[in-house]
Structures are given as C-alpha cells and as structure tokens.
Write a protein that binds this ligand. Structure first.
Ligand code: HEM
Length: 496
C-alpha cells in the first residue's frame, strides 16, 4: 500500500472515530437537559471562557435554562443555576448527587480522605471526622477559647508591624493555620516558623493555580495534557508535599499513641485504625487514608478562612465608612479591651451582616466543588445517568439579583432589615448544603467573626492607595476567586 493508501486509511479511521464519538454523545444525551452541541474530544470548550468559567455558566443558563448539559472535554456534566435547581440537587436529591466529581490535578487524594473521596470510605471518614471535630470544638478548651487565644497572638504580630506596610497573606493566614493545626496536631507555630510558612505557601499556591485558566484546561483534558510541562505539575508536587507532612505527623503520633487518651484529631483517627485492626473489619483508616484526611482538613481549614479574612480587609479599606460603623459597634458592645466572644454576635448585627456580605461578595468557591450522580436519577423530567458530573453553582445564589439587589455592590444592607437587625437569607450558601456541605462551616464562621472583630477592636486599617482606587476584582477565577495581592498598614486605635 502506498503513502496515499495509508493516508486514506488513516483519514477513514479518524472520521469513523469522530462519528462514533458524536453518535455516542447524541445517543447518551437523549433524555438529558438541553445544552450546546458538543464537538468530539473538546466537547463544549468553545462555549467556555477558561478565564472565567463561572461567568460562562451564567451566560449558558440564560440561553438553556437553570438545568443544562455541557461536555467538559468528554465528561458529561449537568450544571445547576439558581436557587430552585441548586437546592433540588443538594437537598431534595441529596443522596443521588452526593458523589464527588474528579479533579485530576489532585489525583493523589482521589477516593481517600473527605474532599476528593468518591469511593466507599467517604461516608465513614466524613461522619467520623465530623464527630471528632465537634468534640474538639466544644467545651472549655473548645473552638471559641482556641480562636480567642490565637487572636491574641495575631494582635501581637500585627503590633510588631509598627504601622508599616505589610502583605497580609501569611500574617493574617497564620491565625486560621494555627487554629486548625491545634485541632489536628495539638501544635501551634510561630508566625515566622519555616514549616508554617512553607505549608501556607503550598496551600496558597495551590488555591491560586487551581483557579488559573491552565488548570481549568488540565482538569478537563488531563488525559492529553498529563505529560506536558505546565503549572499542573506544581500543583501535583505541592499536594504530595502537604500529604508527606501530614503522614509524618501521623507516624509521629502513632509512636506515643494512647487510644484511650487522644490528644488531637490525628490520635482519634489512629485510634480508629487500631480498633479496626483488632476487629478484623476491612480497613478504612489506613495510614494513607488518615494522612489525606488530615491534609484535606489542614488545607481547607486554612486557605478558605485566610483568603476570606484577607479579602475582607481589602474590602473594608475601600469602604472606610463601613469600617467606621464596625468600630462604633465594637466599642459599644465589647469596649476596648475585653476579648470578643461568640455571644457578642447576637448584639452585633452590623458585624454579622458585614461578615456575611464579605462571604457573599467574594464568592470564594463560585461553582462549588463538582459533585457526581451516584445512580440514574430523574431531575425535572430529565434522566441524569449515574457518573454524570454535577455542578450546583453557588454564585448563582450569592449573586441572585432578586434576593440581593445590586449584587455586584458590596452592601452589608443585603443582610440587614429595616430596623438594623440581622436578616437571614436562605440564598447564603457559601458553604454549600446537603450531604457534602462544608465540614468546617461552624469553625469558619466563628473564626471570621472573632478574628475580624479582634483586629478592628484594636486597629484602624490604612490603605496605601486612595480607597476609590482599590480594585476588588479577583486576579483568577476558577476553583476559587483569588483576591488581588496588596499591602496595608494597621494603626493601633489607642494612638488615634
Ligand atoms: C470561609 C471558609 C470556608 C468556605 C467558604 C468553605 C466552602 C466549602 C465548600 C463550597 C465546599 C464544597 C461543598 C460541596 O461539595 O457541596 C466545602 C467542602 C469542605 N470543606 Fe469547607 N469551606 C470553608 C472552611 C472550611 C474549614 C475551616 C474546614 C475544616 C475544618 C473545611 C473543610 C471542608 C471539607 C473537609 C469539605 C469536604 C466535604 C465533603 O466532601 O464531604 N472548610 N467547603
């Protein structure tokens, strides 16, 4: 056969493959929600702006409605947009859509731990971790006391800046880092400690990179891009280094473990492993599973709260009149010296509203984490096959213009009634809802309130640029919305 023959044979082969692929997609989408026509291999890539996929979802929802089908590469995906559809998926069909969609850059954690676990151990590990976190959160040495103690260290560190400009990323981040480190490992780190700074750097870099256009491409086309150079390799390396750290902690704890007297969450997980060994049950709590569980809680427990606090400070510098009202409320309810407590929240509707509005406005995890259908399920008359990736978007609730008029504007009034009291909104789903709802919601809310209140009780924020020139737009939108880098000064209020 000559060169022409080979070329023709190849062409026929490629065209046949393409036809089969198109046919398969059409065939399997017969009773799926509507959506744009997918091309072979790239699916609906052309309909997406990889710099802002959440915005592309919003545009597609305008065209196809609140429930639509997309092919992210070859992955069949159903996107939910708006209160009714998102709630239906997360709460009405909570079991059917409680699987976890794959995130290839974090393959090392796949089907282990909590966040990226789509396997049989997820339910057990999640339930057990929740109950242990609850135990450590309660009582005299519970989360309130833990955060209050850390707040004092944070204030001390802020005083050391002596009114000079600093980057808040790792200074502010040190507080949530230490709170979760205490729960997980019974440890606290100096804010300049090398290990602490290294781990925070890894968390921060991963959260940023996972939100960049390249990682959006990688996570949908990993089969083609896996061996290419690119920042996905950095994410994969970082994820590995984080797990190596938590594995080291687990091994260290194991040396001195007393299963009747656990010192921290690591001990509780190890005690479960020891009990399991004695019972002869199939293992759930292996060292591998334990180290990924710890890594999940460490990363999620630090980076989310840290980014929210940092973004919050930037927002408050843009709106000094809001900062002023917060100072006034803090002075009235707490005064200049007493450590803020959880009970103060009831008397501080303005602070409560500002914290909620920060979370709404920054829209930290805009498209939620991907879920997966665990079985064939009927949804609004459509049949969603088992294995379909499900995206219950959170920004579609947080930016709903009926519930939050002028959603693009930062307005604490979104959470205040006409009498200045806190106004609850069921659209506030920054932590998602249902079976996969954030495990750290209670802890994060407490940290945001106590730490922000403590900072503003003692300091005035000072921007290096005119408030009107502060740009609040995120620098990357993907897995998360990443705030722009900035520096600020904090001026002790006693000096003002
Ligand atoms: C501002 C702070 C936080 C925000 C906005 C946030 C948001 C979220 C969101 C949107 C999810 C995905 C839920 C879903 O798949 O439906 C999630 C899951 C999770 N979060 Fe958080 N989170 C925060 C803080 C924390 C903290 C402090 C911890 C740890 C103590 C934590 C641990 C987790 C874990 C383990 C999951 C996985 C749950 C599962 O897959 O079953 N998060 N979070």
């Amino acid at each position: 056969m000559g060169a022409l023959g080979i070329t023709i044979a190849l062409l026929v082969w490629v065209v046949t493959l393409m036809l089969i692929s198109i046919w398969k997609q059409i065939h399997s989408s017969w009773n799926l929600p509507p959506g744009p026509f997918p091309l072979p291999i790239i699916g609906n890539l052309l309909q997406l702006d990889v710099k802002n996929i959440p915005q592309s979802f919003t545009k597609l929802a305008k065209r196809y409605g609140p429930v639509f089908t997309l092919y992210l590469g070859s992955r069949r995906t159903v996107v939910l947009h708006g209160y009714k559809a998102v709630k239906e998926v997360l709460l009405t069909h909570k079991n059917e859509f409680s699987g976890r969609g794959e995130i290839p850059a974090i393959e090392e954690y796949k089907d282990k731990g909590i966040i990226f676990n789509n396997g049989p151990t997820w339910k057990d590990v999640r339930r057990f971790s929740l109950s242990v976190l609850r135990d450590y959160g309660m009582g005299k040495q519970g989360n309130e006391a833990r955060i209050q103690r850390e707040a004092q260290f944070l204030l001390e560190e802020l005083r050391k800046t002596q009114g000079q400009p600093f980057d808040p990323t790792f200074l502010i981040g040190g507080a949530p880092f230490n709170v979760i480190a205490d729960i997980l490992f019974h440890r606290r780190f100096d804010y300049k400690d090398k290990t602490c700074l290294r781990l925070m750097h890894l968390f921060n870099e991963d959260f940023y990179l996972l939100s960049t256009p390249w990682l959006q491409l990688y996570n949908n086309f990993s089969q083609y891009l896996r061996y290419m150079p690119g920042s996905h390799r950095k994410v994969i390396k970082n994820v590995s280094e984080i797990k190596a750290y938590t594995l080291e902690r687990a091994k260290e704890n194991l040396q001195s473990l007393d299963i009747d007297c656990p010192r921290d969450v690591t001990d509780c997980l190890l005690a479960e492993m020891e009990k399991e060994k004695r019972s002869g049950k199939p293992p759930v709590y292996t060292m591998e599973n334990i180290s990924v569980t710890l890594a999940d809680l460490f990363f999620a427990g630090t980076e989310t709260t840290s980014t929210t606090l940092r973004y919050g400070l930037l927002i408050l510098m843009k709106y000094p009149e809001i900062e002023e009202k917060l100072h006034e409320e803090i002075d009235r309810v707490i005064g200049p010296t007493r450590i803020p407590a959880v009970k103060d929240r009831l008397e501080m509707p303005y602070m409560d509203a500002v914290v909620h509005e920060i979370q709404r406005f920054i829209n930290l995890v805009p498209s939620n984490l991907p879920h997966e259908a665990t079985q064939d399920t009927m949804l609004q008359g459509y049949l969603i096959p088992k294995g379909t990736v499900i995206i219950p978007t959170l920004d579609s609730l947080l930016y709903d213009s009926q519930e939050f008029p002028d959603p693009e504007q930062f307005k604490p009034e979104h959470f205040l009634n006409e009498n200045g009291k806190f106004k609850y909104s069921d659209y506030f789903k920054a932590f998602s809802a249902g079976k996969r709802v954030c495990v750290g919601e209670g802890l994060a809310r407490m940290e945001l309130f106590l730490l922000l209140t403590a900072i503003l009780q003692h300091f005035n924020l000072k921007s290096l640029v005119e408030p009107k020139d502060i740009d609040l737009k995120p620098i990357a939108i993907g897995f998360g919305c990443i705030p722009p880098p900035f520096k600020l000064c904090v001026i002790p209020r006693s000096q003002v």
